[in-house]
Design a protein around this ligand. Structure first.
Ligand code: OOG
Ligand code: NI
Length: 485
């Protein structure tokens, strides 16, 4: 049967594009950051065209997208934070429309240094073709109101009651998501509406425009303007209480009308260069997060492991508060911010353990050795020399074939996140109010509960090791098949 549904890959590409446009308007710093990143990436591509190793950015991949559009410069990830399990499921259903599924669990409650009341996952495409067409991901955090280290019973109940009826999306958006569920797809027209509306839902609408800000500066009680302009004011008492106890993050998640994108992140080939350039104009977080790169002995180039990230801090934006007495007053909130990332090779579990226990010095510094020691994931292909071999190749010979240059390795890019780095990125919209938690204090089993929310709704959380392993295995299968004579 012919259907006229828009494909999830196309829908995701469109969503990412529209979201970025919306964000450019909302945060002038973001627009500036994008232009710096574009400049650095373009220069890098000119000087390194031979050594770009990203398997997903080959010329073949590029043909699948529009002509000259390189994957890296158009790539983004974003982040949202939600308050309740039902909000989490609401966004899960939405991301499914865009071909994005929950991958990995990031537990920030159990970090040794500065834990946060957050457990998250990232929604992303889980196929190679999907990632090539539109790599957009969304880091999605669920506030852990049950974390007793941050919230006492009274505050927890108050916050829960406050968000009980809240929805992330409007009625029409939700009915389009439902329609997608029932029909298995959406027409181009419906999908366009869904994307427009959802992008609006992710906007920080509470931010006052310049024009309104001027109005509010000269008045005292502005309740009448509020209702005329249909503005939303934040409950000052709850905000302040959450800020004091659970940190700015809790206030950011609970007190607003819904969720909002708190940052968007372009990808770069050279994060050190971007950091240095941004550092001249922006207030950056202390440093670049994630493992230090390896210096490749053969070429002198860097090998990036997993993910390196850094961000600029949010500048407080003007918002309106409603006091206990019902008066409206001008206030501010630290959001949104911007982040940049450099993606490197996906490490195997063995590689991750080596990194944690022994640090980067324990790593070999060539891709070939990293592959041979099974510390990272690679796609394998025959070299020209290998193509001339006229015999059936066996899995047991693979190492030898790599050593003798019959088979070459191509690093598989890490598509996911890192809990420790994520916690540092969170600090981009923290003031100094953060409630420091002693590490010996125990916390409840937040991760189990998080997984259960998905399980109860019949949604598996995917483990990214499985995805990388499959991608690697598909490439070796091809080699073994090719040479059967
Ligand atoms: C999410 C922070 C995590 C990343 O890139 O690690 C994240 C947030 O601030 O809500 O986006
Ligand atoms: Ni991020």
């Amino acid at each position: 049967m012919m259907t006229n549904f828009m494909s999830p890959d196309d829908a995701r590409a469109l969503f990412a594009y529209k979201l970025s446009k919306m964000y450019e308007q909302a945060d002038p710093q973001y627009k500036k950051m994008i232009s710096v990143v574009r400049d650095v990436n373009e220069k890098y591509m000119k000087t390194h065209s031979d050594s770009i190793t990203d398997t997903l950015d080959s010329p073949l991949s590029r043909q699948l997208r529009s002509e000259n559009d390189d994957r890296v410069t158009q790539e983004r990830h974003g982040a949202i934070r939600v308050a309740t399990p039902s909000e989490l499921i609401e966004v899960t259903d939405f991301f499914k429309v865009l071909g994005m599924f929950p991958v990995n669990v990031y537990d920030l409650t159990s970090l040794k240094k500065d834990p946060l009341p957050i457990v998250g996952t990232a929604f992303r495409s889980i196929t190679k073709k999907g990632l090539i067409k539109a790599p957009f991901r969304m880091f999605t955090s669920l506030l852990q109101l049950d974390d007793e280290r941050f919230f006492n019973k009274e505050l927890r109940e108050k916050a829960k009651t406050y968000v009980k009826e809240r929805h992330i999306f409007g009625k029409n958006t939700r009915s389009l998501i439902e329609k997608h569920k029932n029909k298995g797809g959406l027409s181009k027209k419906d999908m366009n509406i869904l994307i427009e509306e959802s992008v609006e839902s992710f906007r920080l609408t509470e931010q006052l425009s310049e024009e309104l800000l001027k109005k509010f500066k000269y008045l005292h009680d502005e309740s009448n303007i509020i209702s005329k302009e249909k503005l939303y004011s934040i409950d000052e008492e709850l905000y302040t209480e959450l800020l004091k106890n659970g940190s700015d993050i809790a206030a950011d998640i609970i007190c607003f009308k819904g969720t909002h994108i708190n940052h968007l992140t372009p990808r770069t080939y050279d994060i050190d260069e971007v950091y240095n350039r941004l550092n001249q104009e922006f207030q950056m977080i202390e440093k670049i997060q994630g493992p230090k790169p390896l210096i490749n002995n053969e070429t002198g180039e860097n090998i990036v492991l997993q993910l390196r990230q850094t961000s600029y801090k949010a500048i407080p934006i003007p918002i309106l508060f409603q006091t206990k007495e019902g008066k409206i007053k001008l206030g501010s909130h630290r959001n949104p911010f911007g982040e940049i990332e450099q993606r490197g090779i996906a490490l195997t579990e063995k590689g991750v353990l080596l990194l944690i226990n022994n640090g980067i010095r324990a790593f070999p510094t060539t891709h070939k050795e990293i592959a041979l020691q099974q510390l990272g994931y690679y796609e394998y292909s025959l070299t020209d020399k290998g193509k001339q071999l006229d015999k059936k190749l066996l899995p047991s010979e693979l190492d030898e074939l790599i050593r003798q240059n019959y088979v070459q390795v191509h690093p598989i890019t890490y598509e996911d996140f890192l809990a420790v780095s994520a916690a540092e990125i969170f600090k981009s919209n923290l003031s100094d109010n953060i409630n420091k938690i002693e590490k010996q204090q125990k916390c409840n089993n937040h991760v189990q509960k998080f997984i259960k929310i998905f399980e109860n709704n019949g949604i598996p959380i995917i483990n990214s090791y499985t995805l990388y392993q499959t991608q690697q295995a598909q490439s070796t299968e091809k080699i073994y098949k090719l040479n059967i004579t």
